[in-house]
Ligand binder design. Sequence first.
Ligand SMILES: Cc1cc2nc3c(=O)[nH]c(=O)nc-3n(C[C@H](O)[C@H](O)[C@H](O)COP(=O)(O)OP(=O)(O)OC[C@H]3O[C@@H](n4cnc5c(N)ncnc54)[C@H](O)[C@@H]3O)c2cc1C
Length: 586
Amino acid sequence: MPAYAPPLADLAFLLHEVLGLERAGLPGAAELDRDTTAAILAEAGRLAADVLAPLNAAGDREGCRIENGGVRTPAGFPAAYAAMCAGGWTGLDCDPAHGGQGMPHVLHTAVGEMFVSANMALQMVAGLTHGAVSALAAHGSAEQKALYLPPLVAGRWTGTMNLTEPHCGTDLGLVATRAEPAPDGSWRITGTKIFISAGDHDLAPNIVHLVLARAPGGGAGTRGLSLFVVPKVLPDADGRLGARNAVVAARLERKMGIHGSPTCEMRYEGATGWLVGEPHKGMRAMFTMMNEARLGVGLQGLAQAAAAGQAAAAYARERLQGRAATGPAFPDRPADPLIVHPDIRRTLMDIRAFVEGGRALALWAAMLIDRSRSAGDAGAEGLASLLIPVVKGFLTDKGFEACVAAQQVWGGHGYVEDNGLAQYVRDARIAMIYEGANGIQALDLVARKLPSDGGRHIAAFLAEVRGAAADADPAFGAPLAAAAADLEAALAVFMAEGLRNPDAALAGASDFLHLAGHVALGLMWARMAAAARAALEAGRGDAAFLQAKLVTGRHWMARHLPATALHLARIRAGGATVMDLPAEAF
Ligand SMILES: Cc1cc2nc3c(=O)[nH]c(=O)nc-3n(C[C@H](O)[C@H](O)[C@H](O)COP(=O)(O)OP(=O)(O)OC[C@H]3O[C@@H](n4cnc5c(N)ncnc54)[C@H](O)[C@@H]3O)c2cc1C
């Protein structure tokens, strides 16, 4: 298995040439000139390549186990996690008032990609903790912020999200975990949560569970849910740890991938918790961090594809099989390397065009989140919330596909477990399911995000796409304009069918998400091509890198963007074949 190489040049190109980080007017970004971001990314890249990546396969093989009533993570994970905390990476974009470094979310996202590529299972602990920080920072009381945020930001304590129960995943209106008020103002939480990532572990002495539960008087459905903070170990007002709370990880799931991440069944047996925010407004608190959490999961799909793609390219350069169709490329060797074969090249280019386009999309979305937070930019917020289901659904569906394609380059050696490709496939698969399964992302996009604010955000997105198509050279502009027309035609179908025939409209929801994903990457490639050309003309940067950008972008435009026509055809086909058979016929 080739060593993981952090994509430092590509991240720097995106942050500075495409997104103009230092000119974006974000807090903490003015000092982020090229040298400073290069130093930060290089340091993060070293941690990813030298500390996290070497534990990835071993962590997968060893997995987690319950020992003496607690969860043990694989050998090396506690020390590697401690190195992440010592480097300040857990609080990179957190508020300095809580011990964070106050840098933009977009930089946190760039660093996060490298950590996820290197070791998705371990990075999940930091990712969930970051989500807990955001929820408490937005909705916690002053006391809760003072008590929980400094140790969470520093990574000394970690966080979890407790939504799922045995009978409810997508439909959180069915949550049965109960919360009863106690005389001292705290609450007693009782119920079972399942599939809780990092619900217990040996990486930190305390775990801060955020739990959705039903308090009296809230009524049925999601409106009756409240959010509670339930620490594993009860701290005093100064954060000193005291007694164990009445919450245990009762068992661990055996699962397809992310074996280094403990997926716990959590039993709350009258555990002490405190209300976060207002009663019966728990879903609203969850929604606050949803954009960030879904971007984080989209990044997982992309990051696994990036790492698998690197491994595929390295193998294709070395593995000797067959001869080039145009005659031996290396006559002095017994055979040519795989990379001479057009079908292998196609596979590598497909992965590369997706990864580089997806990376641009993830960073753009992160920057929109920055703009919406720091400048209160409502347009950025609307665009971010429109794009987030696309980032989550498209990057994880396509990320998984890219991992499978990389595995294919390795042939049978990709299927056996020793070479690491199988792990990328297994690990990437979950990102399509959790944090709202991808079918739910498509529903969210079509039913909530398209009509929101009278369709203003999709109109703004289309205007960006049309503008980029008009400015681009024909190799980029013409396919992008055609794809934008397909997107507009699909919108017209939803407007006509949405209310009249919801089954017909929703039968096309996943196709719409993929259509929008293709267009979004088309927009990213048009922007990257323009930036590469400008840098080439100015004599800035590495010419070979910039020329490769142009070739890779043309590959997306010519070979992937036409998929919008197929998605449009399926959307126009409506719900007939999808809904016609009676349920008993299945
Ligand atoms: C490894 C792992 C880690 C996880 N970590 C966490 C965690 O940390 N915290 C946490 O709370 N949960 C976690 N989960 C749970 C995860 O978020 C849920 O599994 C997910 O939300 C789907 O819920 P479900 O499994 O109950 O599937 P269901 O809700 O039963 O859905 C099954 C399928 O039906 C589709 N579907 C459901 N409803 C509809 C609808 N109305 N319209 C169309 N399609 C629909 C879904 O898209 C899905 O494909 C984790 C799960 C796993 C496997």
